[in-house]
Design a protein around this ligand. Structure first.
Ligand code: URA
Length: 427
């Protein structure tokens, strides 16, 4: 077969800040997926994109080409509107767990294809796998049935969605090119659009526990993804949220499931409830239910009913005891005052070192490991009062977690200024 373009020309073009045509981008992604364009060529091209950017049209073409590299799911004929949520990830971010059943309680289908965690941000599937019996693998037929009968599915994405993205992401991970906004936006949106959802709400996080720390860059990422969704005919909006402090009072798989169940029972920490309700409102408005009251569905048990059915449909026992770690270590306040700082990133790293996360894709996680917070910034604390509890299966993990937490929290005399959790909406 005669190739239409030459990879070196396309690398040089991006290096020299030239806009690529639709045909050039289509060829590049297709030839990379076929193995004709070598990994080192694609990596060089990704670096040129990181340095020089892409136009809105180029980003759209890249996204569509990555969708075309694999299969596209469709939920047509389900008789329900579909809406999905994607978070760019953060420390203690368990929102998908209460959110999917909450939105499904309004008769909407929520197909939530999720991943496992790598590094200090946990994966939704790892969290749910701490529920005894629960399985992440669901066939496309079973997924459809569950969406029709229950409304919410949280499951593993099959390998067939946007395979070009999978290969490109692996290269980016090892070549310092993860941070390019056009590449992040097209990576996330190619998978979400291929998944066949009718509407999409994005939770784009900034702050030190987030993957995009700078608020201005997080805003640019949100804008880029919202535009991509629109261009592809998916009603898309984004909330820009602060991830400087861990979300809620738990970090770690089973601990986060327990907290999510508290939210579904009408309780739970106020920040988790606030974000769950705000995202639910966005999702319901996107499918024509702007007047729906998600807080009421948390309070009256409707969301909990869907959670129980969703867990049971995937083999899980919603009444089973959740696993707990063998060892705990309580850290207490060395003086009385006000907790002024609690930095998300070191808490995420500490939870990961305790066994809640994995360093390599193939590593197991420890379901009971993690951190329980007993105070949040702004809370008054007394000398000797527990500040947080570390949970691990092996005692030997605790010293390294404590090391990560050195300087991660501060007790002062005056309450810090309150920081809004949700800073903007981008649509
Ligand atoms: N998540 C993705 O799926 N892709 C990225 O590039 C970054 C985060």
């Amino acid at each position: 077969m005669t190739e239409a373009f030459d990879a070196v020309d396309l690398i040089r073009a991006k290096r020299d800040k030239r806009e690529l045509s639709t045909a050039e981008i289509d060829w590049l992604v297709d030839a990379f997926t076929r193995g004709y364009v070598a990994d080192e060529q694609m990596s060089a091209w990704a670096m040129a994109v990181l340095l020089n950017g892409m136009t809105r049209r180029e980003i759209r073409d890249l996204t569509l080409a990555m969708i075309e590299s694999g299969e596209r799911m469709s939920f047509d004929g389900l008789g329900k509107a579909t809406v999905d949520k994607h978070s760019t990830g953060g420390v203690g971010d368990k929102i998908t767990l209460p959110l999917a059943p909450l939105v499904a309680a309004f008769g909407v289908a929520v197909p939530q294809l999720s991943g496992r965690g790598l590094g200090h941000t946990g994966g939704t599937l790892d969290k749910l796998e701490s529920v005894p019996g629960w399985r992440a693998d669901v066939t496309p037929e079973a997924m459809r049935d569950q969406l029709r009968d229950i409304g919410a599915v949280i499951c593993a994405a099959g390998a067939g969605l946007a395979p070009a993205d999978k290969r490109l992401y692996a290269l980016r991970d090892t070549t310092g090119t993860v941070e390019a906004i056009p590449l992040i936006a097209s990576s996330i949106m190619s998978k979400k659009i291929a998944e066949g959802t009718g509407a999409l709400v994005l939770d784009v996080k900034f702050g030190e526990g987030a993957f995009m720390q700078d608020p201005a860059l997080a805003r640019e990422l949100a804008r880029t993804m919202v535009d991509l969704g629109r261009d592809a005919g998916v009603a898309t909006s984004a909330l820009l949220t602060d991830m400087s402090v861990p979300l809620g009072l738990t970090i770690g798989n089973a601990l986060e499931v327990r907290e999510s169940v508290e939210v579904l029972a009408g309780g739970g920490p106020s920040d988790v409830v606030e974000l769950t309700v705000a995202l639910a409102r966005e999702m319901l408005a996107a499918v024509g239910q702007a007047d729906a009251d998600p807080a009421a569905a948390l309070a009256d048990g409707r969301a909990m009913d869907v959670w129980r059915r969703m867990i049971a449909a995937q083999g899980g026992d919603p009444d089973a005891e959740l696993p707990t770690a063998r060892e705990t270590e309580v850290v207490v306040a060395p003086r009385s005052g006000v907790l002024t700082e609690q930095h998300a990133l070191p808490f995420g790293i500490a939870a990961w070192r305790l066994g809640a996360g994995r360093a390599r894709q193939q590593d197991p996680v420890s379901p009971g490991a993690g951190i329980e917070l007993h105070a949040k910034p702004g809370d008054a604390v007394k000398e000797g009062q527990p500040l947080f509890t570390l949970h691990a299966d092996e005692e030997s993990r605790i010293p390294r977690a404590l090391e990560a937490l050195e300087g991660a929290w501060t007790i002062g005399d005056e309450a810090p200024a309150a920081r809004p959790l949700i800073v903007d909406r981008i649509a």
